[in-house]
Design a protein around this ligand. Structure first.
Ligand SMILES: Cc1ncc(COP(=O)(O)O)c(C=O)c1O
Ligand SMILES: N[C@@H](CCOP(=O)(O)O)C(=O)O
Length: 465
């Protein structure tokens, strides 16, 4: 299996190279040259299997001979061993034919753990073989950062720098990132929003001298390994509702588009997915784009679902690559317009290709609060604000096709956003016992301007220590 860049100008890589590289050197994102497919029988055989077994089956064709089967199974087992639920990604029923996929039972209470834990294992195994040392730099709107810290804390051959937007993550999210005591972990509070952090990360990757000097690696969903690991729960949940005999739809609270794009890959692999519904909060650039073909930045407004406060939706580039029949030059052109003008327009053909798979909806703050309250009243489920955005949009879209089961992804635990959840429901969601002392731990963070040179100086200096 070879991996190619969405902008068509970078060398094709193996899985291991793509995973260790992060962003392609032409600024694009790596994707598999071809997507392996499963027959209906292959998918039916997943029924009743453990999450770990399904993970092995789904990911194996993409990783090729990077690891032996035994090695890979061992890495998968280690990755999910600390999850707080034996099913790893349990489904609960919210309403007739509407199901919630709980993706928040991992160590940091968000769906990021599903991918970060396994790529943490795979990267460590690859580093042990190569004897290399890397610098991971991540941009986060709140959840990727803590998941990355959890996966790489305390390792001798990895430094982890996490940039988050100062004052724009929840207190629990901030403390999860700033209270790691290990000296290889560095939390950086950047004066800006998430798009600024992600922009700086991409600038670091595009500064080849810096990139090579610090052996830069990325664990955001620019890394194909992240997307791949997220494909697994689309299979596990669909199969438990009767796939491949029965079609299902998914609604995905969306920001950087990595999670819903994993659903698209599952569909390409043969999973019978009827619709993939993009659910955005008030930062609705993706919804506006699906309606109007215009991807135009308006500026981000902070919301009660801060992890989705994103306007430069990184993985939308991967969706555009498919919508343009793998035409890297066309994608590079659109990305260039976004960078220079803050806007691009998608052609009719490409829009048709996107609309073949994706629907969308946007949710304002008042509706998000109301959805938390009504889900608790009608199903007993306490939602985080991101999941509530998904549930509202999922409910609306299920009405259009009620006989197809709708699976809405619950992307974070309500305890990560206690203020918003309590305001909506009068219920204060407690942290799980293993995190009960989070508010007593000492915080360690460096406030940094939104400035490439300043960020690079800190990274150079700290990693050398
Ligand atoms: C809790 C939560 N929900 C939803 C999202 C959006 O996911 P994606 O960026 O993959 O679209 C994120 C951040 O990525 C998140 O942390
Ligand atoms: N919502 C994310 C933003 C980064 O997304 P990623 O999937 O590209 O890592 C976060 O919580 O950090």
């Amino acid at each position: 299996m070879r991996y190619i860049s969405t902008r068509g100008q970078a060398p094709a890589l193996t899985f291991e190279e793509a995973m260790m590289t992060g962003l392609a050197r032409d600024g694009g994102l790596y994707v598999p040259e071809t997507v392996p497919t499963f027959s209906a029988e292959d998918i039916a055989a997943m029924a009743g299997k453990s999450y770990e077994d399904i993970a092995f089956t789904v990911m194996k064709p993409f990783i090729g001979d990077t690891f032996t089967d035994e090695e890979f199974k061992g890495l998968i087992d280690k990755a999910y061993a600390d999850f707080g639920h034996d099913a790893r990604a349990p489904l609960v029923q919210l309403a007739p034919n509407h199901f919630l996929l709980e993706l928040f039972h991992g160590p940091t209470l968000a769906f990021k753990d599903f991918a970060m834990q396994i790529i943490g294992q795979m990267m460590q195994a690859a580093l042990a073989r190569s004897g290399k040392r890397i610098t991971i730099v991540g941009a986060t709107s709140g959840d990727t950062g803590s998941a990355a810290i959890e996966a790489f804390r305390g390792l001798d051959n990895v430094d982890v720098f996490i940039m988050y937007p100062h004052g724009r993550v929840s207190e629990v999210q901030r403390r999860q990132m700033t209270t790691a005591a290990e000296s290889n972990v560095h939390a950086l509070a950047v004066e800006g929003d998430f798009d600024d952090c992600q922009g700086k990360l991409k600038e670091m990757f595009n500064d080849f001298e810096f990139r090579d000097e610090v052996h830069l690696a990325g664990v955001n969903s620019i890394n194909w390994g992240r997307v791949l690991a997220q494909v697994v729960y689309y299979f596990s949940s669909a199969v438990s509702l009767g796939a491949p005999q029965r079609k299902v739809s998914f609604t995905v609270p969306t920001g950087n588009f990595g999670d819903i794009f994993a659903g698209f890959i599952a569909k390409q692999m043969g999973l019978p997915v009827e619709r993939l519904v993009i659910a955005t909060n008030q930062n609705d650039i993706l919804h506006r784009c699906m309606q109007s073909s215009d991807y135009t930045k308006h500026g981000v407004t902070p919301s009660i679902s801060p992890s989705m406060d994103i306007e430069v939706s990184s993985n939308f580039e991967r969706a555009l690559f498919w919508a343009h029949d793998h035409d890297g030059a066309a994608v590079a052109g659109l990305m260039d317009e976004l960078k220079t003008k803050g806007t691009f327009r998608i052609s009719e053909n490409a829009m048709t290709a996107l609309r073949d798979h994706y629907d969308s909806g946007a949710v304002d703050e008042a509706t998000t609060y109301a959805t938390i309250a009504s889900a608790l009243e009608h199903s007993g489920e306490l939602l985080c604000p991101h999941s509530a955005v998904g549930v509202h949009v999922g409910t609306e879209h299920q009405g259009e096709n009620p006989e197809v089961p709708m699976i809405t992804l619950a992307t974070a635990h309500p305890a990560k956003f206690p203020a918003a959840v309590e305001k909506a429901s009068d219920v204060y969601p407690p942290l799980p016992p293993r995190m009960a002392d989070l508010y007593d731990r000492t915080e360690r963070v460096t406030q940094v301007p939104n400035d490439l040179a300043a960020l690079q100086a800190i990274i150079r200096e700290r990693r050398a220590r």
